[in-house]
Design a protein around this ligand. Structure first.
Ligand SMILES: [Zn+2]
Length: 172
């Protein structure tokens, strides 16, 4: 399969192509937020939320001090299984895992902070997180749809490249 660097380059080209396609083909109203959501999410999906988070990869290391959040994911999901390397289920699972882990970290962070100060309302803070997500979903549905398309595209480019290279290698 292609190296991490090749995957990164494919992601960059794919994100630029998606932006150009949006510019020429997207139906009105053309909210710039939709283009940002599409291009940004394609990049995030390919560079940060890549299927190769299911092993110790360059993408995993890119998370720096936060990379530990992907350890349970690596333990649970066999490398290149359909749970990570598929066109819809893979990115959907990763985004749910990512949002849930964010929520857990917020709960943990506010729990620790609450040991030192009484001025923290843990319920309020986590409610802001879930309310923020719901607000995006309810009030900005079109950019959210473009973000979903970017999420899928980022994974699609990765899985397609893996499949093509593996197929070619098998042949020769
Ligand atoms: Zn892969």
């Amino acid at each position: 399969m292609p190296s991490g660097k090749v995957h990164d380059r494919i992601t960059l080209v794919g994100a630029v192509a998606a932006g150009a396609a949006w510019y020429f083909l997207a139906p009105p109203p053309k909210e710039p937020a939709s283009c940002v959501a599409l291009v940004g999410m394609t990049l995030f999906s390919g560079l940060m939320l890549s299927p190769d988070l299911d092993l110790h990869s360059s993408v995993y290391n890119r998370w720096g001090p936060l990379k530990f959040i992907w350890l349970p994911y690596q333990k649970l999901i066999p490398h290149r299984s359909p749970l990570s390397h598929s066109y819809l289920l893979g990115p959907l699972l990763r985004v749910v895992y990512f949002l849930f882990t964010g929520w857990l970290l917020l709960r943990l962070g506010t729990f620790i902070a609450a040991q030192f100060t009484n001025n923290i309302n843990r319920g309020d803070i986590t409610k802001q997180y879930t309310d923020g997500l719901l607000w995006l979903w309810n009030y900005h549905p079109i950019p959210v749809q473009y973000a979903a398309a970017g999420l899928i595209l980022g994974t699609f480019l990765h899985v397609a490249a893996d499949t093509i290279v593996t197929g070619v290698k098998r042949r020769f």
